[in-house]
Ligand binder design. Structure first.
Ligand SMILES: NC(=O)c1ccc[n+]([C@@H]2O[C@H](COP(=O)([O-])OP(=O)(O)OC[C@H]3O[C@@H](n4cnc5c(N)ncnc54)[C@H](O)[C@@H]3O)[C@@H](O)[C@H]2O)c1
Length: 307
């Protein structure tokens, strides 16, 4: 792996602990000069000191990605220290569990500001810098929760936004030489320790280091031509996530009134509804047809897994 990122400057947000720390450390081991960012500045310093102790080129940043001015300053730090930005791992994120009708507006705002606006602020600032020297690679950290997950609605929505951003940025940025992909990880971190359910779905051997090689690959030139992809890795399984698509049949008539909509659902869509959420829950109207076969769910191997 050594040398994969030689000569590149990479920014990793939220790199004071957990997945971000592993991404920054592996990027440095692969030869990159790294900006280790974390709003917890002491943790950023700790990760940076560890990289420096192993001979890496590194600078720590305590900027808050949710603040547009600080997001720009974080990218400018890479430019002033290392002469440019070739890679960005948009990793900083927050999570909490709540049933949706008890969601607290202040928690919602802070989460969206970090997980969505923070990704946009740092991503667009980095893209402006990358355009100046002919391109780069952005890796956004999304989540399997973006498929829809109980008690994680706001977090799921933020990670769905990250997936949509990835597709749109990949479309926009190809002409300026910037590749944009997203990773849905699963690893033992503080975020997982905070949730009993997540802990059950994440064996202790799923360390952040097991996800880092995928991120380093996507940052590097070996991933030339790979853009617009959502890639899921839980330590042992690695797969591409299918893109949303328009499902056939598409019904057409000049005007849809309530009678024709009702008929469409009764006569055509009744058997076309999709199992939904990460757990692939079968819609109630279809359950009597599927329960005996698969315990209330349509069996779709490989789809019924946790984030
Ligand atoms: N751990 C998993 O299994 C898992 C699964 C899916 C997605 N993710 C995503 O991976 C990313 C990393 O998660 P983790 O599990 O390592 O979590 P973590 O809580 O261990 O680390 C996240 C880091 O981000 C930092 N951070 C938070 N807000 C910030 C801000 N505004 N500016 C700068 N830094 C900020 C925190 O201080 C923390 O050090 C997150 O985006 C998370 O949503 C994790």
């Amino acid at each position: 792996m050594s040398g994969q990122l030689e000569g590149k400057a990479v920014v990793v947000t939220g790199a004071g602990r957990g997945l971000g720390e592993a991404f920054a450390t592996h990027a440095a081991q692969a030869g990159a000069a790294v900006v280790v960012n974390d709003v917890d500045a002491e943790l950023a310093e700790r990760t940076a000191a560890n990289i420096a102790a192993h001979g890496g080129r590194v600078v720590a940043s305590g900027h808050d990605v949710a603040d547009p001015g600080q997001a720009s300053a974080l990218v400018e730090l890479a430019v002033s220290e290392f002469g440019g930005v070739h890679g960005l791992v948009n990793n900083a994120g927050l999570n909490y569990e709540a049933v949706s009708w008890q969601d607290d507006p202040a928690d919602v705002r802070r989460l969206v500001e970090t997980n969505v606006l923070g990704v946009i602020y740092v991503g667009t600032a980095a893209a402006r810098a990358m355009v100046r020297h002919g391109g780069g690679s952005i890796v956004n950290i999304s989540s399997g929760a973006s498929f829809g997950q109980r008690r994680l609605a706001t977090y799921s929505a933020s990670k769905g936004a990250v997936a949509s951003l990835t597709y749109s940025w990949a479309l926009d940025m190809e002409e300026v030489g910037i590749r944009v992909n997203a990773v849905c990880p699963l690893a033992h971190t503080r975020m997982v320790w905070a949730s009993e359910r997540s802990l059950r779905n994440c064996p202790p051997d799923r360390t952040p280091s097991r996800i880092a090689p995928l991120v380093v690959f996507l940052l590097g030139d070996d991933a030339h031509g790979i853009t617009g992809q959502l890639v899921r890795c839980n330590g042992s399984d690695l797969h591409i996530v299918g893109q949303p698509y328009v499902k056939e049949p598409v019904l057409r008539r000049p005007v849809w009134d309530t009678t024709s909509v009702r008929r469409a659902f009764a006569e055509v869509f009744a058997a076309q509804l999709e199992p939904y959420g990460l757990e692939k829950r079968v819609p109630p109207t279809m359950r009597e047809w599927t329960e005996s076969a698969a315990g209330g769910r349509i069996a779709r191997p490989g789809h019924d897994r946790s984030a």
